[in-house]
Design a protein around this ligand. Sequence first.
Ligand SMILES: [Zn+2]
Length: 487
Amino acid sequence: MRQRVLPALISVLLLGMALASAQQRDARDMLTRIRMEGLQRSGALALYRTLTDEIGARLTGSPAHMQAARWAVDRFREWSLANPHLEPFEFGRGWQLERVSAEMTEPRYMPLIAYADAWSPSTAGAVTGRAVYVGDKTAAQIQAMAGQLRGAIVLTHLPQAEFVAGDRPQPGLDERPVATGNPALAQARSTVPATELMMLLKQAGAAVALRPSPYRDGTVGVTGNRATLSDAVPSIVVSGEQYNILARLAAQGRPVSLRVELRTRYFEEDRNSYNVIAEIPGQDPALRDQVVLVGAHIDSWHTASGATDNADGVVAVMEAMRILRALGAQPRRTIRVALWSGEEQGLLGARAYVAQHFDTPAARDQLAVYLNDDPGSGKTLGFYMEENRAAKTIFDRWLEPLKDLGATRNVIEGIGATDHVPFNQAGLPGFNVIKDFDAYDERTRHTNADHPERMSDDELKQSAIFMATFAWQAAMDDETIPRMVAK
Ligand SMILES: [Zn+2]
């Protein structure tokens, strides 16, 4: 009996090995084809130019964000992805910067590099007059100055002594420590805490508040609070070095006259914002309900082009989808793309998506993996593995075919502070790429210097090929990524 079964067994095994190697060959072929499409017919640079040069800053709730989201839906439709659409979540009112100008007119003329906090109200036209410095005053002293503060341009903070210097370490190239979460950066400082200070200025009827940017060399870092009231004191951030000139002169009692005009607009009609979703449906009857999700946030802050934060990530995942669709990819699992909104206000789009789509154990079982492309710029080097050792073994295997394109290593630590976090919090496997922090923390992130020169055409292509290669392998692999333990 053994003699008759053995040859049959051997031939079944041989057939299996032949099939397996044919499958492996097909898989390898596909990786080669992804690379050829991504290098020779890349659409990455054109996508990047549209997002950064033509649309520019894409603040959540602003018309520019909607323009970008609709543009992305149109691209997905043009590439024949399945079901391209916008998915709403409640956000609140939108805001747009329409005009800001700030100038010193006495003791000499000096135009100021200045931007409004997002959601700041407008000034009442152009405001001119002597600057009043309160950076070193106590709350009681500020209250006593009420007469002087009515209708005034107020310098609210101390001269900026400490500036943002340097980037967090980037762990993709060597064994440097991994910094989880955003790095602690220098901040503007005032004697009275900022919220209390702004209330005191409002009570006094101040016209506009100016404070310094903690970034160097004319770089202005600005975000904003969407809960800002329409009758708050308008608030503007001035480059640190220029603010220091104003504050030092005013603190010495030297006359400093300014002219400041800020015009902003709120949008109340639609209190939703929108994620952009599209997909390539899976083909394997046993696996097609499983989803490999790739994503990046398309919203940005409002003072520059949102280039490193996060047009480069958006381009990587959009172009990855274009590549796969252009090759007629027939993945076993569904490959879905998400362009999140509201990341900058607290990962709101990704949080809403997880709440809307992964609210039951059965639904959560369908997410194979989430791959996010956000902090940093330059080439993609690997992934932060969020302490998921079993997943790292699989990701290390998927990284191998990308090593000659500049991929280096996955690190076991997490990164935090971007759109994979809501997935992790729901116990789902979500990971973010490792990219360079080449002046990202020091210069571009959330500043008026976030412009497209930080990414080259080659880096955009590489990042897209990287994401397409990972998405494809995740959609085809026999193994599934082990679940995270809910944090
Ligand atoms: Zn950001």
